[in-house]
Design a protein around this ligand. Structure first.
Ligand code: GAL
Length: 644
């Protein structure tokens, strides 16, 4: 599906409901004061995704033309080529597996024409159990696909060769809506699946105005999701539906051995709440095998570093390596696509017919040292250390102190020089920095100060570096985004993020006015940047390291009793549009106020906040606005750091 196809009529949808601008509580809980310290880490533990999930999915390779032979052939190749042992475990069936929903009992039926192994004893009975058992027997895990509404994407946006569900209107309602317990029990208990991707077309492609609905082919479902307008989706209703699925999985699999993938294409401000309900959530519309579309998908995660961490991952969509601009004739682009997904902690889902994979592509998915960066146990998403529309430098703190991964990336069409500095790495510039090139698997000579690379158009370099941290005894918070949880982002009205690349739509070309920014997130807190992509600066003093946020935000830091001291230099950021307001900065430890700043105005120099945090498990950073501001107030936690 493309962004244009997924768009729904703005006028025919409902108005945004309140409280979506902060990371709201789980579906069943009542909203509470967003700035009140919770006293404990608020992120819920559910499912099993301590590292970004890795595996294979049928969609990018086969669309609805998936069948058992293709699936099992790719599964076998995953084992034979050693990819399973590298971590590619999930073999996921996407859209197209279903025949229909049997009536009157509502049981979902497998399309046995394409999955003959699903025919089991008993007239007309089908089961995926044999296929799931076979995958488990190969040391793999199995994934299934459904839609959160009544109908699926392939029904809403059929392609010429789509294999679609058959039967009456009711029999073709293959989505999970109104069947949550029944379907989750079938998929996870009876059939034994381990992973589910829940798509969202049922909430945007079957509204009353759609021709197929008018013709009576589908039951109408209101357009809960409005992809091209950040303030039009029915956020709370959408969250509730995904919440029901999550809760059903927790009931059916109380051991928590499941993965729940939310696929609503970055709409409905899922950026802020995906983490509360899913193990991964799509941050954008579908990837396509085109360079500029890949940039769009990448950009949709690149500034969301504070929303991802162990158990909960930003998902810029599956890999498209092997196709189009990323095929075996474009290895430079394919490597860049892989390096970017790896450093951003994106799930690594291969979308290729692995029965016929050239070695050059296998070498990309199988690049063990790059996979290891993605699977680093600390789970820190890469942070933009340098950004421009041409070259970007992304740095990811690894679990070992003093070790980082780096991608230097040329987005553009001209050759470029990319210079990596000790400052980008937050390493001491006078000590040697050791460097390993992760594609060539060779150590490069150590450097001090800086190291330059010539990058061809679309080329990237991926490194693992080791040096002496700038902070001898500690870490900047911006070096450990996995330890942060955005409990309240302070956004009062959602705004579309203008930084995300907007390719020419494939289906409509340059007809109309072109794609507008459509993914909410502008104003969300950031590592080493203000929420609006300005450098951090208080009263003329710039901070390379720190956390930028809006006033009325609350950020949790998972300290786990492992640190002694918290320090930061705080104040209103010089870029703040609001100049008349005052903000008080408060630091809580397990719910207790530890230290606070005076009420600070735009003219105040940075205030040093320092506090003992020995034994504290959850630190909470609150920027409390005093009075009512008229424009967004930007605040900076400059050089915010924890020391051991
Ligand atoms: C899209 C989804 C794709 C794929 C497709 C199947 O909505 O984003 O990843 O699942 O539906 O029809």
């Amino acid at each position: 599906m493309t962004s244009i196809q997924k768009r729904t009529c703005v006028a025919c949808s409902m108005i945004l409901i309140g409280a979506m601008s902060r990371s709201a509580p789980a579906a069943s809980e009542a909203p509470s004061d967003p700035l009140a310290p919770a006293g404990a880490w608020s992120e819920k533990v559910f499912g099993h995704a301590p590292l970004p999930p890795m595996g294979w999915n049928s969609w990018n390779a086969f669309h609805t033309q998936i069948d058992e032979a293709k699936l099992m052939g790719s599964a076998r190749a995953i084992v034979d080529f050693g990819l399973r042992d590298l971590g590619y475990r999930y073999v996921n069936i996407d859209d197209g597996w279903w025949q229909n929903r049997r009536l009157p009992d509502g049981r979902m039926m497998v399309r046995t024409g394409t999955f003959p192994g699903a025919k089991i004893a008993g007239p007309g009975e089908t089961s995926f159990r044999p296929l799931v058992d076979a995958l488990h027997g190969m040391g793999l895990k199995a994934g299934i696909y459904t839609d959160i509404g009544r109908n699926a994407c392939s029904q809403g946006y059929p392609e010429p060769d789509s294999l679609l569900p058959t039967g009456s209107v009711a029999e073709r309602e293959v989505g999970i809506f109104d069947h949550v317990d029944q379907d989750i029990t079938l998929y996870f208990k009876e059939w034994g699946f381990d992973y589910i991707k829940v798509d969202g077309c049922g909430l945007n492609a079957f509204s009353e105005d759609k021709p197929a609905v008018k013709e009576g082919r589908f039951r109408a479902f209101p357009a809960y999701v409005v992809s091209d307008a950040v303030n039009q989706s029915r956020v709370a209703d959408i969250r509730n539906l995904f919440g029901e699925v999550r809760d059903a999985m927790m009931r059916v699999r109380p051991e928590n051995d499941f993965v729940f993938s939310i696929c609503n294409w970055g709409t409905a401000n899922v950026r802020a709440w995906g983490r509360d309900l899913g193990n991964l959530w799509r941050t954008s519309d579908d990837i396509e095998p085109r360079w500029s579309r890949m940039l769009y998908n990448f950009d949709s995660v690149a500034t969301r570093e504070l929303y991802s961490g162990p158990g909960h991952w930003n998902d810029p969509d599956m890999l498209f390596i092997g196709h189009g601009d990323f095929d075996a004739g474009h290895l430079r682009e394919a490597r860049t696509h892989f390096a970017l997904w790896a450093i951003e902690d994106a799930p690594l889902m291969i979308g290729y017919d692995l029965r016929h994979a050239p070695k050059a592509l296998l070498d990309i998915w199988g690049a063990a040292e790059i996979v290891a960066v993605n699977q680093d146990p600390a789970g820190n998403q890469g942070v933009l250390a340098f950004t421009s529309d041409d070259v970007q430098i992304i740095v990811k703190q690894l679990a070992n102190r003093g070790e980082k991964a780096v991608v230097l990336f040329n987005r553009g069409t001209e050759p470029a020089t990319a210079t990596l500095t000790a400052g980008h790495l937050k390493f001491s510039p006078s000590e040697p920095i050791r460097v390993r090139d992760l594609w060539s698997r060779r150590d490069l000579p150590p450097f001090t100060q800086e190291l330059s690379f010539k990058l061809a158009p679309r080329e990237s370099v991926m490194l693992r570096v080791r040096g002496r941290s700038e902070l001898p005894e500690g870490w900047y918070l911006s070096e450990m985004p996995a330890r942060l949880y955005v409990a309240a982002d302070g956004i009062r009205a959602l705004e579309a993020d203008p930084q995300i690349h907007r390719p020419v739509p494939q289906d409509s070309g340059t007809r109309g006015g072109g794609p507008r920014p459509a993914l909410a997130g502008w104003g969300g807190p950031r590592a080493d940047s203000t929420p609006y992509n300005n450098e951090l600066r208080i009263h003329g003093a710039a901070y390379v390291s720190g956390i930028g946020a809006l006033a009325n935000s609350r950020l949790q830091v998972k300290a786990d009793g492992g640190f002694k001291r918290f320090s930061a230099r705080v104040g209103l950021d010089d870029s703040s549009r609001e100049r008349a307001t005052k903000v008080r900065f408060e630091v809580y430890g397990d719910g207790r106020l530890l230290v606070q700043s005076p009420e600070m105005g735009a003219d105040a120099a940075a205030f040093p906040l320092v506090t003992d945090v020995a034994g504290v498990k959850t630190i909470e950073l609150v920027a409390r606005e005093i009075g009512v501001a008229h424009a967004p107030t930007v605040v900076t936690w400059g050089e915010a750091a924890l020391e051991r």
